[in-house]
Ligand binder design. Structure first.
Ligand code: ADE
Length: 418
């Protein structure tokens, strides 16, 4: 079986960690059991471009249990867990292309290797496979029945493609499922981003001025958790409604030019480009720690920082000290790549459980319904979304009420007033 991983000898540790994650993924476990019996993905080739973590491994194993022929490549050069990649190849027979720290060239070689498997479905986290299928490998798009997309940034790219009438196959926006973004983006990013910053720096969050750029679901989660650990949180936003929400959630809100002078720690989660620029780095306090938890490494204007840096050195793994021309020192984590996956292990299994349950069930939806779908971006069907929430609640041992017949009638009527 074809693969490119760091070292197959790492597989033992990887397998044990994959099993550890599985224990906290009850919804996906249940889907795996159903898949084993019904094989809804029999004969389907899936190419997945996802962060190669213990949680992703469990998704790949589930898809394989459903009868799919799976190839996996990394969706970020720094997010791969090498022991997991080794175990996927050695213990689970899944063709994997991923090495932590791979160059951009190798990153794209891996994406192309996944597409060489001639998939029927692609599963993206950031729309890189779909992007190649719409540019360099247009011919291979003919084989695709549909695709799924894991993240906000990817969905934005795909909606832009669909908006221009260029999308060549239907896509399911897994990110937009309620059981994905309300939980993964908020609680997952909130916890794993702080985990990454803490593992990289071992700095105390309590008492630090923590600047969060972006108040989408990821920013909300990060601000909430940083506050919970005792940080003095400042939110930076461009959207007046989100900014107002941040104010009413109790945060200081101000432009980045002002926040730059006050922050001890900065983290971008906007999905946009050059959010912190040269002029902002220049006015930061010496010792400021700067990171990004948005999908692409474009949020920090590192080219600008380089222009005002006179000396650079690695002071700890994934921590680069930039001594600027004004002699102040700035610390950039993980080269501006996703700090939660580069410096820690990404979101915990319990929250990826729901995200990846959406992925697995969306793949079966594509297999059964692709012929009826147009080349558009679709939501995850609501029945799938609600079922995932129901099973997750069940796994927590939480019961909820049902509407009474009278309440159902009331909600469906307009006649009854005061
Ligand atoms: N994205 C964020 N956290 C992740 C994880 N643990 N596995 C896969 N993708 C992720």
């Amino acid at each position: 079986m074809k693969h490119h991983v760091k070292d197959l000898k790492l597989s033992k540790a990887g397998k044990s960690r994959i099993e550890w994650a599985e224990m906290d993924m009850p919804v996906l476990r249940r889907i795996k059991e159903q898949f084993k019996k019904k094989k809804p993905l029999k004969g389907t080739k899936i190419a997945a471009c996802l962060h190669v973590t213990t949680e992703t491994a469990n998704l790949m194993i589930t898809l394989k249990a459903g009868g799919a022929d799976v190839t996996l490549c990394a969706s970020n050069p720094l997010s791969t867990q090498d022991d997991v990649a080794a175990s996927l190849v050695k213990d689970f027979g899944i063709s994997t292309y991923a090495i932590k720290g791979e160059s951009n060239k190798v990153y794209y070689e891996h994406l192309n290797a996944a597409l060489d498997a001639k998939p029927h479905i692609t599963m993206d986290d950031g729309a890189d496979l779909v992007s190649i299928l719409h540019s360099k490998r247009k011919k291979d798009a003919a084989n695709i029945i549909g695709s799924t997309e894991e993240t906000t940034t990817g969905v934005i790219r795909l909606k832009s493609l669909a908006g221009q009438g260029l999308l060549k196959f239907p896509v399911i926006a897994v990110n937009d499922a309620a059981t994905k973004h309300f939980f993964d983006n908020r609680y997952g990013t909130g916890q794993s981003t702080l985990d990454g910053i803490i593992r990289a720096t071992n700095r105390l969050i309590a008492g630090a001025v923590f600047v969060v750029s972006g108040y989408g679901w990821c920013g909300r989660g990060l601000a909430m958790r940083a506050k919970g650990m005792g940080a003095d949180v400042i939110v930076v936003e461009v959207d007046p409604i989100k900014a107002l929400e941040a104010v009413m959630d109790g945060f200081r809100v101000m432009p980045i030019a002002e926040a730059a002078k006050l922050g001890d720690m900065f983290c971008t989660v906007t999905g946009n480009i050059n959010v912190i620029r040269k002029e902002h780095f220049r006015v930061m306090k010496s010792g400021a720690i700067v990171s990004n938890s948005g999908h692409f490494n474009v949020e920090l204007g590192l080219d600008g920082l380089r222009k005002i840096t006179k000396k650079k050195r690695e002071v700890r793994p994934y921590v680069i000290e930039h001594t600027m021309t004004n002699n102040k020192r700035i610390y950039v984590l993980a080269e501006g790549r996703l700090v939660n996956l580069a410096c820690a292990e990404g979101h915990p299994a319990s929250v990826m459980d729901m995200s990846f349950a959406n992925q697995a069930l969306s793949a079966t939806f594509l297999v059964s319904k692709a012929k009826k779908l147009k080349n558009e971006v679709y939501k995850v069907p609501e029945n799938i979304d609600r079922e995932i929430a129901r099973v997750k609640l069940m796994s927590h041992g939480v019961k909820i009420d049902k509407l009474t017949k009278e309440q159902e009638v009331y909600l469906a009527s307009w006649e009854m007033g005061t």
